[in-house]
Design a protein around this ligand. Structure first.
Ligand code: TYM
Length: 343
């Protein structure tokens, strides 16, 4: 199906990924896979959010490479640049421009409640960049500069999307306009929060992991995947018959959810197959499924990474479209604020 095929749009979606490290299974199952299934039902915009990435220092060469790699990962997973708008955040200055206005709308008290800032800043809050603190205001600008109505994300981004709603409502109220919609978070599937393979109480996340063995990367080979799954933490009991039987067994629950998401089943359906199995048998099956699903994506990512010009061409088309959509909305916002129109 091509991007020009007429379709009834259910609204506009915007979502993004920070190019701050390698794509991992959490990004794929929690976000990208859902985007692929939604991209033709909505006007869809997907973004490599490089302005967000630098809230924590990034090696410049790595940032450039990772930005292309995230684009390659999305395209290899089925995001079709002809059916949606795929682009890089820094190519569209309107994000940063609207973010400044939102810095003046959002209240410090709101930002102080953001759990991700607390987690990322950790004990050394004073040494964090000011960008990390106002990060959710930029995220609100990403969404609202296109008047996006739906934001498909993993569980960890819910609080930020709710803040975007608060910012939209306060802007509309302060300036007596009905400019911004209140965007809805869309959090769906059995893997909205993929956990570390080493510790089922910690989110799978590049920045929070001490060891690469805790994450499955989209660039991992079949051998890497097999080894990581083999070494994944489990408990001594066989797999239960029901989802209730997973209560308190965080690692088992995580692996069942991963298997469910990778094979398009519910956790209940997975347990019908694996109830009573030992983990060794379960892990072999999970490896088979993971390699079958991720292998072709990794191969396509590698092909695209060998031809960066193809990626860059797609991103240029996306940036041109995004700039054209953002410009009039930023103008409306500036007018609402009372900025003297530029001539
Ligand atoms: P980021 O780059 O941390 O993650 C990208 C997407 O992957 C999801 N995700 C996960 N889902 C399930 N389990 C996990 N372990 C896991 N780890 C990551 C995230 O929920 C996210 O959907 N602030 C955002 C990027 C952003 C954005 C936006 C998103 C910037 N502007 C506007 C939506 C709308 C972030 O850091 O995602």
């Amino acid at each position: 199906m091509s991007g020009s095929t007429p379709r009834a749009s259910k609204g506009r979606i915007f979502s993004g990924i920070k190019p701050s490290g390698n794509l991992h299974l959490g990004n794929y199952l929690g976000a990208i896979r859902n985007w692929v299934s939604m991209q033709r039902d909505y006007d869809s915009m997907f973004c490599m959010v490089d302005l967000h990435a630098i809230t924590v220092f990034q090696d410049p060469k790595e940032l450039t490479r990772n930005t292309r790699e995230v684009a390659a990962g999305m395209m290899a997973s089925g995001i079709d640049p002809a059916a949606c708008i795929l682009f890089v955040q820094s190519h569209v200055p309107a994000h940063a421009e609207l973010a400044w206005v939102f810095n003046c709308v959002a209240r410090l008290g709101w930002l102080n409640r953001m759990t991700q800032f607390k987690d990322k800043a950790g004990k050394n809050r004073e040494a964090s960049s000011s960008g990390l603190y106002v990060y959710p205001n930029l995220m609100a600008a990403d969404i609202l500069v296109y008047k996006a109505t739906h934001v498909p994300v993993g569980e960890d981004q819910k609080q930020h999307v709710e803040l975007a709603r608060d910012i939209a409502a306060k802007f509309n109220n302060d300036y007596g306009v009905n400019l911004f919609p209140l965007p809805e978070p869309v959090i769906q599937g059995p893997a909205t929060r993929v956990m570390s393979l080493r510790d089922g109480s910690k989110k799978m996340s590049k920045s929070e992991m001490t060891s690469d063995a805790a994450l499955i990367y989209m660039t991992d080979t079949a051998d890497d995947i097999a080894q990581k799954i083999r070494k994944a933490t489990t408990d001594p009991n066989p797999l239960p018959e029901t989802v209730e039987g997973l209560t308190g067994r965080l690692e088992a629950e995580n692996l069942v959810n991963i298997m469910a998401a990778l094979s398009d089943r519910t956790p209940e359906q997975v347990l019908q197959e694996v109830a009573g199995w030992q983990f060794s048998q379960f892990k072999s099956r999970l490896t088979e499924i993971a390699v079958a699903t991720l292998g072709p994506i990794t191969a396509e990512m590698n092909r695209l990474m060998a031809d960066p010009a193809e990626i860059d061409r797609a991103l240029k088309v996306g940036a041109d479209k995004a700039r054209a959509l953002a410009a009039p909305i930023l103008k409306e916002a500036y007018a609402a604020v009372g900025f003297l129109p530029a001539i």
